[in-house]
Design a protein. Structure first.
Length: 67
């Protein structure tokens, strides 16, 4: 299972079940859950931040496009 003594674990209780996962694995699973929210948020922010001289926004967009 890839769990060793001393590993950090994330405990999830759902109904009568308990799930233990490593935090990184749990975070990767959540990434797909929020993909639409991220895309919609970016779209909304682009409408607000159309200032081409906004260096912070330009760096963010360039970083996202590298992925």
């Amino acid at each position: 299972m890839g769990i060793s003594k001393g590993d950090d674990l994330f405990l999830i209780k759902k109904g009568e079940k308990i799930i233990l996962e490593k935090p990184k694995k749990f975070a990767r699973g959540l990434a797909d859950e929020f993909e639409d929210i991220e895309r919609l948020s970016e779209s909304s922010l682009k409408k607000l931040w159309l200032n081409k001289s906004d260096e912070i926004w330009n760096r963010y967009i360039k970083a996202k496009n590298r992925k």
